[in-house]
Design a protein around this ligand. Structure first.
Ligand SMILES: CC(C)(COP(=O)(O)OP(=O)(O)OC[C@H]1O[C@@H](n2cnc3c(N)ncnc32)[C@H](O)[C@@H]1OP(=O)(O)O)[C@@H](O)C(=O)NCCC(=O)NCCS
Length: 178
């Protein structure tokens, strides 16, 4: 990790309180307004973002997800990533990496890489040996490839960008046992 990211604190949330939900919604809204294809369409309202994180909080409480946050020196959340632990009974060894988001003002400082490393460590500690993700972001593709993820292929017209245009998605996996 490079020096700027050393000032950033990464932690796995055991509960998501109002402060965390507000900070996570700030990051999600910023990313969607910037055009990230991460499940949401414009207009990206605070209500939609808060509802997503409240539902995520319930998943964390049930042990179905791990949520990681990157916080700056003031404790402001500037990035996040998740591991979805809950999978069908024939895939207990697999997890999904999801909602890897870094606020625009904090990008290109190694925070994405630090979140990814923390999420992989958390998944391994939870007994996962295989992670899967899909992404519609070139920036994210480079990050995953740098960190040893294998690119599987592209599905055209998989989803919509926030402004309604169709976009492809690229699938990746990482064998944590390697
Ligand atoms: C993808 C995303 C999470 C990456 O986050 P990030 O914090 O910018 O990631 P990093 O800083 O680790 O790496 C980004 C770039 O900064 C560079 N970098 C890292 N530390 C740096 C430093 N200290 N100084 C200069 N450059 C640095 C990296 O080498 C990388 O270079 P590249 O653009 O040539 O590949 C972010 O762009 C994002 O949130 N995008 C929108 C949401 C989205 O689409 N997420 C993906 C969902 S799957």
């Amino acid at each position: 990790m490079r020096s700027t990211a050393d000032a950033i604190h990464i932690r796995c949330l055991t509960t998501l309180g109002e402060r965390e939900i507000r900070g996570l919604s700030d990051v999600l809204i910023d990313c969607v307004e910037d055009g990230a294809s991460v499940s949401f369409m414009l207009p990206m309202t605070r209500a939609k973002a808060d509802a997503f994180w409240r539902s995520t909080a319930a998943g964390v409480a049930r042990g179905e997800r791990l949520v990681f946050v990157a916080e700056d020196a003031d404790g402001t959340i500037i990035g996040t990533a998740q591991i979805i632990l809950a999978q069908p009974e024939n895939q207990p060894h697999r997890g999904d990496l999801a909602k890897m988001l870094v606020h625009r003002r904090a990008r290109k400082r190694g925070i994405g890489a630090a979140l990814l490393e923390a999420a992989e460590r958390g998944a391994r500690s939870a007994g996962k040996t295989l992670l899967v993700l899909d992404t519609a972001s070139d920036d994210a593709e480079r990050l995953y490839a740098r960190q040893g993820w294998q690119r599987c292929g592209v599905i055209p017209d998989y989803a919509l960008l926030p402004d309604g245009r169709p976009c492809a998605t690229t699938y990746f996996y990482k064998d944590l046992g390697e």
